[in-house]
Ligand binder design. Structure first.
Ligand SMILES: Cc1cc2nc3c(=O)[nH]c(=O)nc-3n(C[C@H](O)[C@H](O)[C@H](O)COP(=O)(O)OP(=O)(O)OC[C@H]3O[C@@H](n4cnc5c(N)ncnc54)[C@H](O)[C@@H]3O)c2cc1C
Length: 359
């Protein structure tokens, strides 16, 4: 049975791509409903509140030239600051720990003072009340002929004339039943497209102070001994909250993992590097990020594929998500780019009669 109310556009997923698409479409005058599987918005933007600030357990940085992110931060009033670069770098291999003058590991980049997730929270909260439905995983999409598309989620059904799928394609194909309505080449492509950082664990170590800065270290290390391959300073503005972070292959997250991380940090930065707390965010175990195939997907040349730029279901279904972006794919910037592109495709389709209001 159809849920009460009709929508011009349903956006599936309230990550950076979905909230961007929903915002552009709302501002263009469309009635938009954004269905989100998690109980929160942000997707791979995840900011954990801690004493004195937040710690980003998903995306951390954006880089010079990423104009959409910079513009969104400005528009939403999100304070940004420079990534800490000053100090010496550490290389850690089986021969020992070697200190090198200067920081050849980090590149200039920017951070979000209140965390990256704030970008999507701000976009979602500027939509009309009820426009984002959390805790509503989409399970099926069914063409409804000239009437549009039916979207089934959490025991309810919604109808819209246009749908934006702002979910990593491989995950969408695994979790959403498209009733055989997608062509084989698109299905093959989507099932083969990696999920950016989907097989990675982000590990954040929290401290009372950024002690390494006092020792003239940048907090940056490349390490070949231990679970973390690279380590960076992830402290907040003026060093608070103080934190280091690193990435590990999700497959290495096994019993003993945290102890191995602490041993590695102490080896690189000395005894003071035994943290107050360790946060392990294993993205491969996130039901709404990683498909079961996540470890097997490795061909990044599928990112931004031509097929993702085309509409399907008789011009009513459009792809977004950073994996579909033709620019900056993988980054937040790519997610914003893909959301804008999908919104433009909806606007173009509606201008050609595919999105006449349902009521
Ligand atoms: C550890 C890590 C570090 C990163 N570091 C950086 C960085 O420093 N800089 C940078 O630019 N990028 C970074 N990235 C990448 C960046 O986070 C992503 O590019 C961006 O957040 C992707 O946004 P998205 O909207 O495309 O996808 P997602 O954020 O994955 O959003 C998809 C949304 O869809 C929802 N969803 C999924 N399935 C369904 C369903 N069936 N029904 C309804 N909703 C559904 C999900 O819950 C999610 O909210 C990092 C990512 C990770 C994981």
């Amino acid at each position: 049975m159809l849920d009460s109310g009709t929508h011009d556009v349903i956006v599936i997923g309230a990550g950076a791509a979905g909230t961007t698409a929903a915002t552009v479409l709302h501002e263009a005058g469309h009635r938009v409903l954004c269905l989100e599987a998690r109980t929160r918005v942000g997707g791979r933007l995840l900011s954990e509140p801690v004493d004195g600030g937040v710690l980003d357990l998903g995306a951390t940085w954006f880089w010079p030239g990423e104009q959409r992110v910079a513009a969104l931060a400005a528009r939403t009033g999100a304070e940004v600051f420079d990534q800490h670069l000053a100090g010496d770098a550490v290389l850690h291999d089986r021969s020992g720990v070697h200190r090198y003058p200067g920081n050849m590991i980090d590149v200039p980049s920017y951070r979000f003072a209140a965390g990256a997730q704030r970008l999507t929270s701000a976009l979602a909260s500027s939509l009309p009340p009820g426009a984002v439905l959390p805790d509503t995983p989409v399970t099926a999409i069914r063409p409804a002929g000239a009437d549009g598309v039916d979207v089934h989620a959490a025991g309810r059904a919604f109808r819209a004339t246009q749908v934006v799928v702002a979910v990593p394609p491989a995950l969408a194909l695994e979790r959403i039943d498209f009733a055989g309505a997608l062509p084989d080449d698109l299905i093959r492509l989507a099932r083969s497209t990696p999920v950016w950082m989907g097989a990675v664990a982000k590990v954040v170590a929290r401290y009372s102070t950024a002690f390494w800065r006092e020792d003239g270290l940048a907090g940056a290390a490349f390490s070949r001994v231990g679970p973390l391959q690279e380590i960076h300073d992830m402290s907040g503005v003026d060093g608070r909250p103080a934190a280091l972070f690193g990435f590990a292959h999700a497959r290495t997250v096994r019993p003993g993992f945290e102890a191995a991380v602490v041993a590695q940090l102490v080896a690189c930065f000395g005894p003071a590097a035994a943290p107050e707390a360790v946060y392990v965010q294993d993205w491969s175990r996130e039901t709404w990020t990683a498909p079961r195939s996540v470890h097997a997907l490795s061909d990044y040349s599928f990112f931004g594929h031509d097929l993702y730029q085309r509409p399907f279901l008789d011009g009513r279904l459009h792809w977004a998500s950073t994996e579909t972006a033709t620019e900056y794919a993988g980054h937040i910037e790519g997610a914003l780019h893909s959301g804008e592109r999908a919104a433009r495709a909806v606007l173009s389709a509606t201008a050609h009669g595919r999105g006449l209001p349902l009521s």
